[in-house]
Structure formats: structure tokens, C-alpha cells
Design a protein around this ligand. Structure first.
Ligand SMILES: C[S@@+](CC[C@H](N)C(=O)[O-])C[C@H]1O[C@@H](n2cnc3c(N)ncnc32)[C@H](O)[C@@H]1O
Length: 283
């Protein structure tokens, strides 16, 4: 018996709820809309006809993957970040809405023109969002994952920003020896190693471990970045980093301990949780 899209969504949402997915109806709608190449709203306004067999089969496969707790963005291959449609591949962290607070904290500190460094660029999310807002800026994006750099390069080309984003492979500041920037931004791995496997299956099974694991206390990458940042920041330039919601005090101590950094600030997200730390290189 053929089914209409809405009947399929209802059945799929019930199945996903039984599998522990926390937004079953939304996910069922997004996956069907993606499979049919329409918007979610079009599912309701334009689609009361039964689907073709091939469309139903493709939807079943997408729902099977989501029931195994694969994130929606990994199934569709796309995640919106700062209103930019970014491609995601198995090599990159799926960019999070929380990270948009980092973009805001940077924009508040950026002059009309300058040059920024995005450490651990992944999909290119931070660099691309900032370049899209500031036409007078250029960026270097560093990642030690070649797969991530390929994904970031693809995103930059699709968004018409490739001529302003220079992507380099290596370990944190390694590929920018001797260079200084007006802004250094990073969303480094910050989950304590022992906690990575206890995260939701969507994260622990499907995100690259190298994007998550921040060493024994979660702060090892931040210590490296803060220690080397002063040598790579222009006078008055800012270091802006994402932090875990319970890391505010420890992250602030790390930044305060770095010779050459001052004006340390912790920035809360819109729910009041501290999620960004910033420090300025003394002039
Ligand atoms: C949490 S993800 C952030 C990705 C992206 N910036 C975002 O906000 O969505 C951290 C990134 O840092 C990269 N990374 C981890 N250790 C690194 C290192 N030592 N040097 C350079 N990049 C590193 C990972 O490959 C990953 O892409």
C-alpha cells in the first residue's frame, strides 16, 4: 500500500522516538524533505500524493541510519551554520549552533579590515562565517586533518570565499611560523578524554575523536594555543576560543597565565552559560 508523506513521517517519528532520538518528528521531516528535494514546509503544503517506491526505499534507509543514532547532518551531508549551508563529511565536526556565539564575540572585536587565523578549522565554519561578514578580512585556516581541509576548501569554493581563505595542514601554529594575525579564533577539542565515550551516541560514535578529545582535563589544546598565541598576534589583536560550559574558571586561568595576554573575558551564551573565552595581546 502506498503512503502519503505525512503518514510516512508519523510512522518514522514513532520509530525514532522508540530508538531514543530526542527530536524524532523534526528529524523525520528533515530527512524526508531532503530526500524529496523540497523544504520542510512544502511537505505540508504541496505533498499529499503517495510517494514513488524508490523514494520510500531511500527514506527507509535514511531513517534506519538515524535510528542507529547517526546525526541528521551526516545523513544529509549538510549543516547550516551562521545561515551558511556547509557540507559536512566524516572528517569534520558537525558545526554547532553554540559556536555561533564565538562568531559574535569575534565580530565585536574585528576592525573593518584585517587577517585572522582559525585554528582547527574543520568544515571551515568559523573562518567562513567571519569572512562572509567582513569583506575586508582574509583568513588562514589550519587543521591537522587533511580530510577536514578538503572539506573546508570545498565549502569555501561553494560560498565564493576561496580567494580569501588560505588552508594549511599542520599542528596548531606550526604552519604559520613567523606570521602575526589581528585575530586568532579556535574551537579546539575540549572534552576530557575519559568523557568522550560517555557522550551521546551521535557524538561519540560519529564525530572524529580528534575533534573532541582535549586530553586528561580537556584543556591541553587550550594551553598550547594560549601559550603560543602572543607570538602570533599583532599588538591589540584578540584570541577568541570556545570553551566547555563548566570550564570558565580554568580557561580564564590558562589565558591569564600566558605571558603577553591580558584583558581576559569570559562570554556567556544567550542562555547565560559561559561558552567563549577571549584575551587581548598587550600593545
Ligand atoms: C572541535 S573541532 C572544530 C571544527 C570547527 N572549527 C568548528 O568549530 O566547527 C576541532 C578541530 O581541531 C582539529 N585539531 C585537533 N588537534 C589539532 C592540532 N593539534 N592541530 C591542528 N588542528 C587540530 C580537529 O581536526 C578538528 O577539525
Amino acid at each position: 500500500m502506498s503512503r502519503t508523506p505525512l503518514e510516512l513521517v508519523r510512522l518514522a517519528a514513532g520509530f525514532l522516538a522508540d530508538k531514543g532520538v530526542d527530536t524524532p518528528r523534526l528529524d523525520a521531516e528533515v530527512l524526508l524533505a531532503h530526500g524529496l528535494g523540497v523544504s520542510r514546509i512544502q511537505l505540508y503544503t504541496e505533498f499529499d500524493k503517495p510517494l514513488a517506491e524508490a523514494e520510500v526505499a531511500a527514506y527507509r534507509e535514511a531513517i534506519r541510519r538515524r535510528a542507529a543514532r547517526e546525526p541528521v547532518a551526516r545523513i544529509t551531508g549538510v549543516q547550516e551554520f551562521w545561515s551558511l549551508p556547509l557540507r559536512v563529511t566524516p572528517h569534520v565536526l558537525v558545526p554547532r549552533p553554540d559556536t555561533e556565539r564565538v562568531v559574535e564575540a569575534c565580530l565585536e572585536r574585528m576592525a573593518p579590515s584585517g587577517r585572522l587565523l582559525d585554528l582547527g578549522t574543520g568544515s571551515g565554519a568559523l573562518a567562513l562565517a567571519l569572512l562572509s561578514e567582513r569583506p575586508g578580512w582574509s583568513a588562514v585556516g589550519v587543521d591537522r586533518s587533511e580530510g577536514a581541509l578538503a572539506t573546508a576548501g570545498d565549502n569555501a569554493r561553494r560560498l565564493g570565499l576561496a580567494d580569501r581563505l588560505d588552508l594549511r595542514a599542520g599542528d596548531w601554529f606550526g604552519p604559520v611560523a613567523g606570521e602575526r594575525f589581528d585575530l586568532v579564533v579556535s574551537n579546539p577539542p575540549y572534552v576530557p578524554s575519559a568523557e568522550v565515550d560517555r557522550l551521546a551516541p551521535e557524538v561519540s560514535r560519529y564525530e572524529p575523536r580528534d575533534a573532541l578529545d582535549g586530553g586528561p582535563d580537556g584543556l591541553a589544546p587550550l594551553r598550547r594555543i594560549a601559550g603560543d598565541a602572543p607570538a602570533h598576534l599583532a599588538a591589540g589583536g584578540w584570541l577568541v576560543v570556545e570553551i566547555g560550559a563548566d570550564q570558565a574558571a580554568d580557561a580564564a586561568r590558562v589565558l591569564e597565565a600566558a605571558p603577553g595576554l591580558g584583558d581576559v573575558a569570559v562570554v556567556a551564551d544567550h542562555a547565560g552559560r559561559p561558552r567563549v573565552a577571549a584575551a587581548c595581546r598587550a600593545g
